[in-house]
Design a protein around this ligand. Sequence first.
Ligand SMILES: NC(=O)CCC(=O)C(=O)O
Length: 266
Amino acid sequence: MKLAVLQVAYGDDEPMDERVERVAALVREQRGHDLVVLPELWAPGGFAYREWVDRAQPVDGAIGTAMSAAARDAGVMLHAGSIVERPADGETGPEGRGLWNTSLVYGPDGSLVATYRKIHRFGFGAGEPKLMDAGEDVVLVDLPGGEGRAGLSTCYDLRFPELYRRQLDAGATAFLVPAAWPAARVRHWTLLAHARAIEDQCVVIACNTAGTHARTEMGGHSQVISASGEALAMAGTSEEVLSVEVDMDAVTTWREQFPVLRDRRL
Ligand SMILES: NC(=O)CCC(=O)C(=O)O
């Protein structure tokens, strides 16, 4: 599977609609890849809490429409990262926020094949828990070409191993993790992604944000980790495209060579 991980960098000065146009063009440049992945909240700003309400939109709003067209034009499966979702029908969640951190996944024909609402909200009272509802559903998607199944999660979700075990039990052989993970804790980002790969014997495709916005320096270091815990690709701290061939058959081979998951007792 030919994979492109688009580590997008942005600051505070770029208007959102210009960033959407810039990123859509970057996606179109990935023709020839099977799967393309973008970071969490790359359009509204991962830590731009004050902008979220104004930048919220339905999944078929301007961001989703642009991403659908870019996926179709490039002929790629696109995990378009996430948006601040305000459902068109006015849906609200258990806490009545009416906003979610929602990932969008498109097929190579531009069709919306999956959405995932981030289950674990980051902010300890500020940010997501204050402004957004929590997702409740565990979601997997089929990888291109029958190469396996990927669980969907977002950033802070990475700290909760039980979500990935649920995805493993649902048949996951890979985890897709868009993020807006700050530089201050980038060691956690790197170690946790390796841990999820090793403990669940799954490929981890983790796309982080770069640049500094809302006075938060982002950590970059997007990474592709094999099911045996090897770093297949690792980005630096600036805007970068990781283009990497991932052998998904190696997941089965590793699980046969080192059948640790058969020793589960709980
Ligand atoms: N956007 C996020 O979920 C940030 C998570 C984070 O900074 C952390 O877990 O540390």
